[in-house]
Design a binder for this molecule. Structure first.
Ligand code: MLT
Length: 410
């Protein structure tokens, strides 16, 4: 007799972004004449740089030819791509990692969800609140949390690290024992960043407690200010206690192409392992349940890592960041309180007094036809905020801000 995985019943609701899409669609059914402006999910809109698209087209042509056709590659990824990433880390971040410490995936969302599978079911997870919902939801469905507590808007057994205006959206190191600590910098959704002095206490904590930091750098190329951490391995000791997860999605417009990476250093250890063991386990997982990222996407990834590729991707990022400035300045000029948007493509907007973030979502949609992401969808401390995404064509962003300025009743 098959039984369902009953941990799915613990999930508090639908996954955040499909839920937003559902509500938006419902609104559109009742208002078919309305043009909806989507500043909800962070979905890229600008075309790929030519060098990247051409590399993928060339790879597709190679597949048409019997001499150059390729089938399965290494599950852990194309060795040239792993080498190129290792070189980028050395050149751009001053971090030395072997190429085989990089694992190429079909996007960082899967890595964020799958990584906890190499750790015990007993692990206590710690997440920033607010945080990208995949960290918590994937641990709920794998049974590493308790039930959802509706009153507190949080799962039992999860250690929430509040990121609020009071602490500049940077969490305190856990005061009790936790095993897996998810951090994302620059942060989705608040846009907050980290200096080495912010992260060193987390690394010290992880070393002391034999905990592991899972560090998400999906938005690192959006950082503009100097002196910010670009990789957790810039922090001394992190190679013994941290896993890093990166993505081509927002860096290079690969949201639909799908390509990402994770770094599991050979030096990483936890309570019952020797150096190399967790690296081998992650490799074993790759070879067991994954047949490697698409060879076409990996050819695109290699082109992104070329000098011209990196320059071209930076131009697209600059475009999105000028959208971020438009949104942030537009809202600020209306007297609203806004955070983020300087080193990340997200603006974290404080909703008017006393209003819940889902109520503000409805108000914004009804009055201005703009879709945002309700902050509470990212965790209990996201209540009272909403997130606006800077991904979009500039004319649409301008129109959305104008609509908010003209129509939002505050
Ligand atoms: C977001 O909007 O937070 C992300 O882009 C969604 C995702 O990457 O899955």
């Amino acid at each position: 007799m098959a039984l369902k995985n009953s941990y799915y019943e613990r999930l508090a609701g639908g996954y955040l972004f499909p839920e937003i899409a559902r509500r938006t669609k419902e609104f559109q059914v009742f208002h078919p004449e309305v043009k909806i402006m989507r500043l909800g999910i962070g979905n890229t809109t600008e075309p790929l740089p030519q060098i990247v698209a051409s590399a993928m087209a060339l790879e597709a042509v190679r597949l048409m030819n019997v001499e150059t056709y390729s089938g399965y590659g290494d599950e852990q990824g194309n060795s040239k791509l792993r080498q190129a990433l290792s070189e980028r880390y050395k050149k751009c971040f001053g971090v030395r990692l072997d190429a085989d410490e990089f694992f190429i995936s079909d996007g960082s969302k899967c890595d964020c969800a799958n990584i906890s599978s190499i750790f015990s079911h007993e692990s206590i997870i710690a997440v920033e609140s607010p945080a990208y919902p995949v960290y918590v939801d994937s641990n709920v469905t794998s049974g590493k949390t308790g039930q959802f507590n509706k009153g507190k808007m949080q799962y039992e057994g999860v250690y929430y690290m509040p990121c609020t205006e009071m602490n500049d959206f940077f969490p305190e190191v856990p005061s009790g024992h936790v095993d897996l600590i998810y951090l994302c910098r620059p942060n989705n959704p608040t846009g907050a960043v980290a200096m080495a002095s912010d992260l060193q206490p987390f690394v010290d904590y992880a070393l002391e407690h034999k905990a592991v930091i899972i560090y998400d750098v999906a938005y690192v190329d959006y950082q503009k200010e100097r002196g910010l951490v670009e990789s957790i391995y810039q922090i001394p000791g992190a190679e013994k206690c941290a896993i890093e997860i990166g993505s081509f999605s927002k860096w290079a417009g690969f949201t639909g192409v799908r390509l990402g990476w994770s770094i599991v250093p050979k030096e990483l250890v936890v309570e019952d392992t020797v150096p190399g063991e967790l690296h081998r386990m992650w490799s074993r997982r790759y070879t067991t349940v994954f047949n490697g990222a698409s060879n076409i996407a990996q050819a695109g990834g290699l082109a992104v890592l070329s000098e011209l590729g990196q320059q071209s991707c930076q131009e697209v990022i600059n475009y999105y960041m000028s959208n971020a400035r438009l949104i942030k300045n537009g809202l600020y000029d209306m007297g609203l309180t806004v955070y983020g948007g300087t080193n990340a493509p997200y603006i974290w907007l404080k909703v008017p007094d006393g209003m819940s973030s889902w109520n503000f979502f409805d108000k914004l949609l009804n009055e201005t036809n703009v879709v945002c992401t309700p902050g509470v969808g990212f965790g209990p401390d996201g209540e009272g905020f909403c997130r606006l995404s800077a991904f979009g064509h500039q004319e649409n962003i301008t129109e959305a801000i104008e609509s908010i300025r003209m129509n939002l009743r505050i």
